[in-house]
Design a protein around this ligand. Structure first.
Ligand SMILES: CC(C)(COP(=O)(O)OP(=O)(O)OC[C@H]1O[C@@H](n2cnc3c(N)ncnc32)[C@H](O)[C@@H]1OP(=O)(O)O)[C@@H](O)C(=O)NCCC(=O)NCCS
Length: 244
């Protein structure tokens, strides 16, 4: 029988080599080229070691997730604009006692272990850790996995799509809702990813012969290519959700 254990990632440096194999392939390459994330992500674990967990089965890494603490006054107006802004806000002061909210930032399950509910284990553990640290709430700039199939649909509209049984059409939103989360609203400018045309071609395996707007696999919105400026721009929309 499977025996999954949740550990603090920082306590298991021996597992580090497995992370690339386990997780890199479950994300689209474009996601690794966000300038704000590049500036902060390497410093997150030492700042918030409690909110970075790995799920192991024996010595095999099967899932993981991390979040950051930040100050939020619980109003929609005060929400960070998205993933990038949550990162920036979590580094905005050295007085961590002013932080009252955990923002879940990324959760991944290795490809051959998906569909076993492991992401719920990660969310539950991070929520528990937030509670133990006396944070008042948990939010997440959710990246709905099914949205990539509907890049022409606005996130606000997609957020309302439900099956006749009332469940959300998107599996990742469903998981959060089953754990008691509710939708707060779109984060239209959650991540901003830019690169040269050649970089975009290598990230996506596509050619962009002309300037224009392109549908790109695994992107939640369209990618704008400007050949004259040698620039491709993708603004990723996410969906803010709040856990109890
Ligand atoms: C999204 C993700 C975290 C879900 O993890 P999980 O623990 O395997 O999901 P669950 O086992 O709880 O399954 C929940 C639902 O998603 C569906 N599902 C799980 N993996 C799936 C997959 N690879 N493709 C399509 N649907 C999937 C399940 O069938 C289930 O459907 P149900 O609600 O009808 O029962 C995981 O697929 C993943 O790591 N994806 C890549 C990274 C990512 O997108 N992370 C989320 C953004 S931070």
């Amino acid at each position: 029988m499977s025996n999954f254990e949740v550990v603090s990632t920082v306590e298991r440096p021996d597992l580090h080599d497995q992370f690339d194999i386990a997780f890199r392939s479950v994300w689209p390459e474009l996601i690794f080229h966000d300038a704000v994330a590049k500036e902060y992500v390497d410093r997150v674990q030492s700042r918030f070691p409690t909110y970075d967990v790995t799920v192991v089965e024996g010595d095999r890494v099967v899932a993981g997730g991390w979040g950051v603490a930040l100050a939020w006054d619980q109003t929609i107006d005060d929400l960070p604009t998205g993933y990038d802004d949550a990162l920036v806000r979590s580094f905005s002061t050295d007085d961590l006692s002013s932080f009252n909210t955990l923002s879940l930032m990324a959760i991944a399950v290795r490809a051959d272990c998906q569909g076993k509910g492991l992401s719920s284990l990660v969310i539950a553990s991070l929520r528990e850790r937030a509670g133990a640290s006396r944070l008042r709430g948990v939010i997440a700039p959710v990246r709905p996995t099914l949205k990539a199939s509907y890049p022409l649909v606005e996130m606000a509209k997609f957020a309302k799509w439900r099956s006749p049984d009332g469940q959300h059409v998107d599996p990742w939103i469903r998981i959060h809702e089953r754990l008691g989360a509710r939708i707060l609203g779109p984060a239209p400018r959650s991540m901003v990813i830019t690169g040269s045309v050649a970089e975009w071609e290598s990230w996506t395996g596509m050619l962009f012969p002309e300037s224009g707007t392109y549908v790109v696999p695994d992107a939640l919105d369209l990618v704008e290519i400007d050949r004259d400026a040698d620039l491709g721009t993708y603004i990723e929309p996410n969906l803010w959700m709040q856990h109890d």
